[in-house]
Design a protein around this ligand. Structure first.
Ligand code: SF4
Ligand code: SF4
Length: 381
């Protein structure tokens, strides 16, 4: 299996366009994936309303370059997304379109930008028997291209081409699945099921700047990686990208499960990496929960969630926007004496609140076991 990875150091549009073209050329060119007249649905990662410079959302320069490439091949392009988070009567998707710069790109290039929260859906049944509503416009596209951002993720440890597809599920339904699948490994299984229902033909990843530490939102740390990756095997592309951040092949549950289900390969020995990119000689910070990978499965089984990091609101940073309160699937964020508090007894530690907070006001508190593992690791290193 081939994964293309070309070095790209910044978001200067001329450079991004050239590098995207080079990356796809290594896979045989865009014509390998798009025929003239095809409807092509692009799915960027627009997690929530953030400016491109924060490294949280797929950069508009990358989206623009891919739109132009697909148009040149004769494809009819549409861009679609359902961002995370809810307010009282509406989602944050429209706001995300604007703040991430994607609305402007689509307007300039005359491309339809689709809010997946407002379109007709079709219920698809996943391998686990879960009924997942998906936008008809996505299911009817001739070609789907996932355009993720390279990032660490507190719950799933890594988010790339496959996890990006979670934003195809409209609105509040996304939060409901967190409630139904509170165990991170079960949740990863659901994401893989979703992937098997959509099966994009191609992914082109914005790996120029991403997040390390406790991503995928504002509490992650912006980091430069310096590459654009692409491939038709999304499991392979995610595995290579995750390895750049420091993960071993089986350390990311989503790619590990997808590999077990023959949806792609996470075997780095069987992945041919094409292109000139050299991984920076540095260590990236992984999320606190990644340390739980060091423990044997039998120890984690049914008590896994109790070891996960917990969210905590930093009152001095909180601007009372209430995104967290309206988005929490468990409704355990409550207002008391003009302050927001998390009732941890019923918190499932999905960290959606942390992911969506615009002000880095929700931090994670590591479980004592994780703190102990850290100390032991430090002692032995
Ligand atoms: S903690 Fe963050 S998301 Fe919640 S109200 Fe405060 S600023 Fe908004
Ligand atoms: S408080 Fe945060 S981590 Fe806990 S259930 Fe709600 S959104 Fe998830």
């Amino acid at each position: 299996m081939k994964v293309a990875s070309i070095g790209c150091t910044d978001y200067n549009y001329g450079q991004v366009k050239e590098k995207v073209v080079q990356t796809i050329s290594l896979l045989g060119g865009i014509e390998e994936f798009v025929s003239s007249g095809d409807t092509v649905l692009l799915k960027p990662n627009l997690l929530s309303p953030h400016q491109p410079k924060l490294g949280i959302t797929t950069h508009p320069a990358v989206v623009k370059a891919v739109i132009e490439l697909v148009k040149d091949a004769g494809g009819e392009v549409k861009v679609g997304e359902s961002s995370g988070g809810m307010m009282i009567n509406h989602s944050l998707t429209q706001q995300a379109f604007k703040e991430t710069g994607i609305k402007e790109v689509c307007q300039d290039l005359g491309v339809e930008l689709i809010n997946f929260d407002r379109v007709e859906t079709k219920i698809m049944t996943s391998g686990q028997g879960e009924e997942i509503p998906l936008p008809k416009v996505l299911l009817e596209a001739d070609v789907v291209i996932s355009l993720p951002k390279i990032k660490t993720h507190s719950l799933t440890l890594f988010t790339g081409a496959i996890k990006n597809l979670y934003g195809c599920i409209p609105g509040a339904k996304k939060a409901e699945y967190h409630k139904l699948y509170p165990n991170p490994r079960d949740f990863a299984g659901l994401v893989v099921d979703l992937f098997s229902l959509i099966k994009p033909q191609l992914t082109i990843m914005d790996g120029i700047v991403g997040l390390e530490g406790n991503g995928p939102g504002t509490t992650g740390d912006r980091c430069e990686v310096g590459t654009i990756l692409a491939g038709s095997d999304l499991v392979a592309v995610d595995t290579v990208a995750a390895s750049y951040l420091g993960y071993g092949a089986d350390e990311v549950p989503i790619t590990s499960i997808a590999n077990q289900q023959d949806l792609g390969t996470n075997d780095l020995d069987n992945i041919e990496i094409l292109g000139d990119f050299k991984r920076p000689e540095r260590e990236y910070k992984l999320p606190s929960n990644a340390l739980l990978n060091l423990l044997p499965n039998w120890l984690l089984g049914s008590v896994f969630n109790s070891f996960l990091s917990s969210p905590k609101i930093m009152q001095e940073e909180c601007v009372q926007c209430k995104r967290c309160l309206h988005s929490c699937p468990q409704k355990v964020i409550v207002e008391k004496n003009d302050k927001l508090k998390i009732e941890l007894d019923d918190c499932i530690k999905c960290l959606c609140c942390q992911e969506l907070c615009p002000k880095e006001a929700i931090v994670v508190t590591e479980h004592k076991l994780v703190q102990l593992i850290k100390q032991v690791k430090k002692f032995w290193s």
